[in-house]
Write a protein that binds this ligand. Structure first.
Ligand code: CMP
Length: 138
C-alpha cells in the first residue's frame, strides 16, 4: 500500500441535490483525507481541457455542456491507495451498474449525471491534481 493523492469532482447534479456533505463524509469515513477543496463554476474551456482524453468520444460535447451547467466541488483526497479506494467508493460509471452502497448507486441519476468523477490512475491523478491545484505539485 502506498500513500497516494487523487482528484475528486462532485458534479453539478450532486451539488444541486445538496449532497456535497454526504459525499465528502464517505471519503472521510473511509480513511481519505481532504487536503484541498474548492467550489468552482467551470468554463467550457476548462471542462473541455480537463476531459480532453475523451475528445473523440461521441459523448464529449454533452459531457462538457453538462459539467458547465452548475458549480462543482473539486477536492484532492490523500490516503493509502487513494486512487483505487476512491473508485471503489464511487462505484461504476453507469449508476445502474454501481454496487449498492457506492456513491453513484446512492446519489447518481444517469451515466452523465453520475454524481462524481475520480482519477482513474496514479498518472492521471497527478495530471488532474495539477490542473486544479497547481500549488500542490511537488
Ligand atoms: P467521469 O468519471 O467524469 O469521466 C467521463 C465521463 O463521461 C463519465 O464520468 C460520464 O459521466 C460521462 N459519460 C457520458 N456518457 C458516457 C458513456 N457512454 N460512457 C462513459 N462515460 C460517459
Amino acid at each position: 500500500m502506498s500513500i497516494e493523492r487523487t482528484l475528486s469532482i462532485i458534479k453539478p447534479d450532486a451539488v444541486a441535490k445538496n449532497v456535497v456533505g454526504k459525499i465528502l463524509s464517505r471519503f472521510e469515513e473511509n480513511g481519505l483525507k481532504i487536503i484541498a477543496l474548492k467550489l468552482v463554476q467551470l468554463s467550457q474551456q476548462q471542462a473541455g481541457e480537463f476531459y480532453a482524453v475523451h475528445k473523440e468520444r461521441p459523448f464529449y460535447n454533452d459531457l462538457v455542456q453538462y459539467m458547465t451547467g452548475g458549480p462543482v466541488v473539486v477536492s484532492v483526497l490523500e490516503g493509502a491507495d487513494a486512487v483505487s479506494l476512491n473508485r471503489k467508493l464511487m462505484g461504476a460509471t453507469d449508476p445502474k451498474k454501481a454496487d449498492p452502497g457506492t456513491i453513484r448507486a446512492d446519489f447518481a441519476d444517469s451515466i452523465s449525471a453520475n454524481a462524481v468523477h475520480g482519477s482513474d490512475s496514479k498518472e492521471n491523478a497527478e495530471i488532474e491534481v495539477k490542473f486544479f491545484f497547481p500549488e500542490l505539485s511537488r
